[in-house]
Design a protein. Structure first.
Lengths: 223, 458
């Protein structure tokens, strides 16, 4: 009986730790679509964007990059639009200021709390022109966030390692030299069929509530 | 001038090329790095490696281009991240930093997750001798004990090649700056000869099977002047078939030229080789400047364990130079010499996709194959699409090839020189890397040849 109690206690403690780890993962808290001057826009709110590792990298003077992947889907799951934006955060260790770069816009602030606030809640305007959408159709936004320390090339992209295959020149048993191509088959199989493990640097794909354009426009301009 | 008298001059010439190539084209200065962004000067105070349960820390540090005290910026991190990922030793690699003890100093943190299980690769290639061949399931057992050793076992299937091959590469052997490469193989090759027989007026493709089984040990260094130098020992049993078959009509030949027939007995080869090589190219997928050069001298002797006795010298030189814009001119020169006692399968051929492109593969090879080879290729390369340059997807090429093959350099005459010219495309593709298509015209005769292969010609 005592052994069983100990086992249950160990499992409970383990569950608490795993729950805590899961709680630290980046989460998309809220996705709010709205319209503005003939364009569909979206406001995104995030939780747990900055882990200790990311804060350490920024404080040391090297940048961190937030990659926002946004999709507009119809109710039938057909993707109408895919868009991605990058937000780069850099800390100048000498002037002790933080720079937030997004598209061609740069903002400099003194306090890291302001950086956290600005990057955890932001708007993406001009996603798509309203004239390209139907008023009565149902749409939803799907969002995924990834934050990488130092370089966004640290996130695994299938096109990188498929397109980066370069023939290697080798000697043969004959007097020839020739180019040999090699391709990691296990990696490809795992990418398509393997279990997708959650990463501490990225959120899952999160889908907003379904919305209709005429409802959004009515909410923006109530009679 | 005999081969033995010529060899010291070739050696001195090669050393001079190696020295000057390193001096004039230091690899890091070829392309101005327009992508590097450095807004503040940061240096590495220490490197912390986390998560390495199998791989030794010194193995990981070996692949980095920076260390404690060196400058760090996002570009350098990208380069080193790719170097670690490309080893395929790890399931996950992540670089991050935290502030060091002083402003401007950082602690670099490398988090890794070891790959535990072996993995599979698909491999493939093409050459004029072996034809197209591939290994559908090449088993990789890399980094088994964390020391960075690479083990590869593959079954080969191809047009004119089949067999099994095991290769091990052990870098920094015993913690020293030396590497050992071990290769064991059992192969069967179909060699194609070109000669006339019976009532045929034109040369015919005559096939003969040759089996090879053996091993090769190659020893090389990592630092100092010794990194240009490697040596190898090869012991091989050779089983040439005495059956010769016309590839086109399947007829089995009864009368074979004596120069070919004398090499149809079973034999063995014990060979000691020395190689000097240098590579200062800026990159190997689209080199825009630099020199690649190699000189090898091989000696087979009964004293080394085999029955054959011959010497072979091969000099290979390539230079790349950027002209205006992104246009490149590239030059390749290959000289080969072997003694008359070398059997045909240890001699040289001429003609084909990696040789003289205006001619069919090996079609310029004399009966019994050549003991003297001179080959040159000049290419003018220009990107047709500039996106992602130098990893752009389409390159155009205009080329000119020239070459000669025979049995004596002293007997070389102008009419022995063969030339060809043409144009081609290099297409960057997923998985294959670089697909090559060349259309070439021989300048001494009529006709045209279309060649499809992998990678650059040189």
């Amino acid at each position: 009986m005592k052994t069983i109690q100990n086992i249950i206690l160990i499992i409970s403690i383990f569950s608490i730790f795993t729950t805590n780890i899961a709680a630290e993962q980046i989460a998309v808290q809220e996705i709010t679509p709205y319209t503005k001057q003939g364009w569909l826009c979206v406001e995104i709110r995030l939780n747990n964007l900055f882990s200790e590792k990311i804060i350490g990298t920024i404080q040391s003077g090297l940048p961190s990059i937030i990659d926002v992947k946004l999709k507009l889907v119809k109710k039938t799951n057909k993707t109408i639009l895919s868009k991605s934006i990058s937000i780069e955060i850099t800390h100048n260790i000498w002037t002790e200021t933080y720079t937030i770069k997004r598209d061609h816009h740069t903002e400099t602030v003194q306090d890291f709390q302001i950086v956290k606030k600005k990057c955890s809640s932001f708007k993406i305007e001009s996603v798509i022109a309203l004239v390209r959408l139907r008023q009565k159709d149902e749409y939803a936004f799907s969002v995924k966030i990834e934050i990488n320390p130092i370089s966004s090339k640290q996130s695994e992209k299938i096109q990188d390692w498929i397109m980066d295959s370069t023939p290697t020149e080798v000697e043969l048993t004959s007097t020839n030299r020739t180019n040999v191509i090699s391709f990691n088959l296990s990696k490809l199989i795992k990418f398509f069929f393997g279990k997708k493990e959650a990463s501490e640097n990225s959120s899952k794909w999160t889908i907003s509530n379904v919305f209709k354009l005429n409802e959004l426009q009515h909410a923006a301009h109530p009679k | 001038m005999k081969t033995k008298q010529l060899s010291p001059y070739i050696s001195i010439f090669s050393l001079l090329i190696l020295f000057f190539s390193s001096e004039f084209y230091p690899a890091t200065e070829c392309i101005a790095d327009s992508q590097a962004t450095q807004t503040q000067y940061l240096t590495i105070e220490a490197i912390a490696i986390k998560g390495a349960r199998k791989t030794k820390h010194e193995t990981i540090l070996r692949y980095l281009t920076f260390g404690e005290g060196d400058m760090i910026d996002p570009r350098a991190v990208e380069v080193n991240y790719k170097r670690l990922v490309d080893t395929n030793f790890f399931k996950r690699v992540n670089f991050s930093t935290r502030p060091g003890s002083l402003k401007g100093k950082v602690i670099l943190i490398i988090e890794i997750e070891d790959r535990i299980w072996p993995y599979f690769e698909i491999e493939g290639s093409y050459s004029e001798i072996e034809g197209w061949y591939f290994s559908p399931l090449c088993l990789r057992l890399d980094n088994l004990f964390g020391g960075g050793r690479r083990n590869k076992l593959r079954l080969l299937f191809g047009d004119r090649l089949s067999g099994i091959d095991f290769d091990q590469y052990a870098p920094y052997l015993w913690g020293k700056n030396v590497n050992l490469n071990t290769n064991l193989y059992i192969l069967s090759r179909e060699i194609i000869h070109y000669f006339k027989y019976s009532e045929f007026q034109e040369k015919r493709q005559i096939s003969q099977k040759v089996g090879n089984a053996g091993f090769k040990l190659k020893y090389s260094a990592n630092r100092g002047i010794w990194k240009y130098f490697s040596t190898f020992y090869q012991l091989e049993a050779i089983f040439p078939d005495s059956v010769f078959e016309d590839k086109e009509n399947g007829e089995k030949l009864t009368a074979i030229p004596a120069i070919v027939e004398e090499d149809t007995t079973r034999t063995s080869k014990g060979l000691l080789g020395f190689n000097l090589a240098s590579d200062t190219r800026d990159n190997n997928f689209y080199p825009t400047c630099g020199i690649w050069t190699s000189f090898s001298a091989e000696f087979a002797s009964p004293k080394l364990g085999g029955k054959l006795r011959f010497e072979r010298y091969i000099f290979d030189f390539r230079v790349y130079q950027q002209l205006f814009g992104r246009n490149i001119v590239a030059l390749h020169l290959r000289l080969g010499s072997t003694t008359a006692s070398a059997p045909f399968y240890e001699r040289f051929y001429l003609g084909g996709a990696n040789s003289l492109r205006g001619y069919k593969g090996r079609s310029l090879t004399p009966v019994g194959w050549g003991t003297r080879l001179a080959l040159g290729n000049i290419e003018y390369r220009f990107p047709l699409k500039h996106k992602n340059y130098p990893k752009h997807w389409l390159t155009g090429v205009i080329f000119y090839d020239f070459g000669s093959i025979g049995h004596r350099f002293a007997n070389f005459e102008r009419q022995d020189l063969r030339t060809g010219a043409g144009l081609g495309f290099r297409i960057r593709m997923p998985v294959l890397g670089l697909l090559r298509m060349d259309i070439a015209y021989p300048l001494e005769t009529r006709g045209a040849e279309l060649h499809i292969s992998i990678g650059h010609t040189f």
